[in-house]
Design a protein around this ligand. Sequence first.
Ligand code: NAP
Length: 306
Amino acid sequence: MTVLLLQKAFDMKILICGGDGQLGSDCVQVLQETHEVFALTLNELDITSSSDVDKVIGKYVPDIILNCAAYTAVDACETEREPAWKVNVEGPKNLASWVTKYSGLLIHISSDYVFDGRKKPPEPYVEDDEPNPLSYYGRTKLEGEVAVMQTTDQYIILRPAWLYGIHGRNFLKTILKIALGNPDKKLKVVNDQFGSPTWSYRLALQIAELIEKNGRGTYHATAEGHCTWYELADHFLGKMGVPHSLIPCTSEEYPTPAIRPGNSILENKRLKKADINVMKDWSHDVDQFVSDFQEQLLNEAMKTRP
Ligand SMILES: NC(=O)c1ccc[n+]([C@@H]2O[C@H](COP(=O)([O-])OP(=O)(O)OC[C@H]3O[C@@H](n4cnc5c(N)ncnc54)[C@H](OP(=O)(O)O)[C@@H]3O)[C@@H](O)[C@H]2O)c1
């Protein structure tokens, strides 16, 4: 009986915005093991509309709103500024306002791109380092954080980096598709940007831990260790057993509309201090990801390869 009561104490009603995205899907899977979860897609709730937010969330009255919704096309943000601002700044502000009006907790996902990456790798960024985004995407993610913090004190803001998972699009799936489509093609991959590739499933476990341990405030939440995009691609394709001809290159040789930080290494300082850091080394998680999904990844890539 006691055990049952203790288990019940952790049960929350959680509403996930962007519930069919890469991170949202893994959060649904992980959190529904212990909580009552409602996952809403963009069709069901557009977080940029404050009246929809009030109306739709009012039907559920959740204890926790988990915001996995975002405008995540980093390069497109440079030109699509208005929609990017609406989703990444006004959206979280609307959700924070709901929490202020009707109580609860907002868990909001931010990004490593709030930093300028000018620290010399491998020196990591910690939570109280000054943000200074280089891209418009990074700027909207920073302003989203500010909007949340100015609207409610009942928040958790998480900064992950270089997310990948089985749902949705990501760098690993793109590299796999290209390598399978043309194994002899010499593919240039950036080798002067450093970060910690973070598995969305592991991040979902970290979110569950923060909920259970009643976390509050801003946390860095990335995989342990670090690598470059080139090292990540090489490691992943090697594990997948896919032949490839990658060539390391500089950011200058691979220009993109949005400037990326050279150093995106974050330290999970606050998670470690509170002894609730469940994140693992990036290569451990890439290996686990491959071992769990190798066949599914290959099938998907074969269907869509160029
Ligand atoms: N991906 C990365 O490398 C990375 C790195 C650091 C931080 N992050 C952050 O991590 C979070 C999750 O990223 P992710 O990779 O899971 O992104 P994702 O796969 O692109 O998912 C984003 C979700 O948001 C939905 N959405 C877009 N506009 C919306 C709106 N106005 N209202 C409601 N839902 C909306 C999308 O729906 P549709 O698909 O229908 O448009 C999608 O389901 C984001 O906050 C992102 O900024 C990502």
